[in-house]
Write a protein that binds this ligand. Structure first.
Ligand code: AMP
Ligand code: MG
Length: 348
């Protein structure tokens, strides 16, 4: 590796971190979207082109945030209102494309990834930035009724950009999927501009393309119990790494934590799984799969991963045991003490 030019200095301007070298190499910008910090890092792109790309991406993100939000006024809230009333609604084309992809992934996950369960997610109090503390769980009768109503993405009837539902209990919540789709859209935008080396990181869920110059992009998977990094992964060309955690977002009542991933079969939060990390080509599938595999849990993750075409999985259960397949084991480098590992047969 050649030494950086001596006149290379690090300029910090607001949210913009730019390595201001004679030939800029790393260019990073932070944005706030979907309630998370999104860091976009480019390597080897001229400053002007980098700034233009960032501008385009942040505008796309802003539109997505507005159109896909589950409880703030916008296109998805309007669509959900129409679905509940049995009406057809006109939806923005990109939201329709998201619905189509989410339906397909829901089907492949045997319904464990089910973005049609918005009513259940709202009933548990997760349609809020400030999660309720100390509030009792919803009554069992309500949860059972919401499960019995059987909301399914397959109930949606999509005709061009007109969407309606055969089942009025369908309320779409894209919280388990939108980030993946958005990361893919950002990568597409970068590629369209001829940018080949980049990483789009939405709060630890990311997709990388190319490399960081002579080195591969190296990313960390957050430790689900406490601070720090559980493991690092080197990306190979174009790859996504997504983690669904049951540790980050939860409501609490009488000392019991109810995490934000709901088992659509029971209407109750999934207990016993701390996190699932997957490596996969695109972000949308990785995101849906990570959520589905939390629901699948230690017993069923291999079957669901195969059904969804996922080849690299790491599931951490509540006892701290790391369940993974050999291909995933070959990719992760644990930081610090190696946790107990339960190795599965290969997923191919
Ligand atoms: P993620 O971090 O990608 O696993 O997404 C979690 C979010 O997905 C939750 O906050 C809910 O908005 C939503 N969600 C919860 N349970 C499910 C489920 N079984 N299928 C699809 N989305 C879900
Ligand atoms: Mg997800």
């Amino acid at each position: 590796m050649t030494a950086p030019p001596r006149r290379c200095l690090l300029a910090l301007a607001g949210a913009l971190l730019l390595s201001a070298c004679e030939q800029p190499q790393l260019y990073q910008q932070r944005m706030v979207v979907f309630g998370t910090l999104v860091d976009v890092t480019l390597w080897g792109v001229a400053e002007r082109d980098a700034a233009d790309a960032m501008q385009a991406i942040s505008e796309r993100f802003r539109d997505m945030h507005r159109d896909w939000h589950a409880w703030q006024k916008g296109a998805l809230v309007e669509l959900n209102q129409a679905l509940a009333e049995g009406r057809a609604a006109e939806a923005p084309p990109e939201l329709v494309s998201l619905l189509r992809q989410a339906s397909e992934l829901s089907r492949r996950s045997e319904g464990l990834f089910n973005p049609a369960i918005g009513k259940l997610i709202a009933a548990w109090g997760f349609h809020s930035s400030e999660l309720p503390k100390g509030r009792a769980p919803p009554p069992a009768a309500l949860l059972d009724a919401l499960v019995a109503a059987d909301p399914d993405m397959g109930d949606l009837e999509i005709d061009g950009t007109r969407v309606r539902s055969r089942n009025r209990s369908v309320q779409v919540d894209l919280g388990g999927f939108a980030k993946g789709y958005a990361v893919d859209a950002a990568v597409l935008e970068l590629r369209r501009r001829g940018i080949r080396n980049a990483i789009v990181n939405a709060g630890g869920d990311l997709r990388g393309i190319g490399s960081k110059g002579p080195l591969p992009w190296r990313v960390g998977v957050q430790h689900p119990q406490g601070a720090g990094v559980l493991a690092t992964i080197e990306l190979r060309g174009d790859e996504s790494v997504f983690t669904s955690g049951n540790y980050a977002r939860f409501v609490e009542h009488e000392g019991v934590r109810y995490p934000h991933i709901i088992d659509p079969r029971t209407g109750r939060p999934v207990m016993g799984v701390t996190s699932v990390t997957v490596i996969h080509s695109n972000g949308a599938e990785a995101d849906a799969a990570a959520t589905a595999l939390v629901v699948a849990g230690p017993r069923d993750w291999q079957r669901i991963a195969r059904a969804m075409g996922i080849r690299h999985v790491m599931l951490v259960d509540d006892s701290g045991t790391v369940h993974m397949n050999p291909a995933m084991e070959a990719r992760v480098q644990f930081q610090g003490e190696r946790p107990p590992v339960a190795l599965s047969p290969e997923l191919e």
